[in-house]
Design a binder for this molecule. Sequence first.
Ligand SMILES: [Zn+2]
Length: 68
Amino acid sequence: MTNEKPSTPLHSLDRESKPMNPGDAAPEGTPGTGEDVCPKCHGSGQIDSKPCINCGGTGFIIEAIGGA
Ligand SMILES: [Zn+2]
């Protein structure tokens, strides 16, 4: 009774290594998007001396650039 299972990974995380932040509209590098100053912390990356969760403390978010 040797039932060998092939070792297949459940999830191959070969996507972006950089996690998205809540304020990001799309992953970095997505066409039609660009970096902008975080509207929550206004680019400081901090709110009340705590890291801004909207931008992940970077002070910048990825925004969709509207073609308006
Ligand atoms: Zn922020």
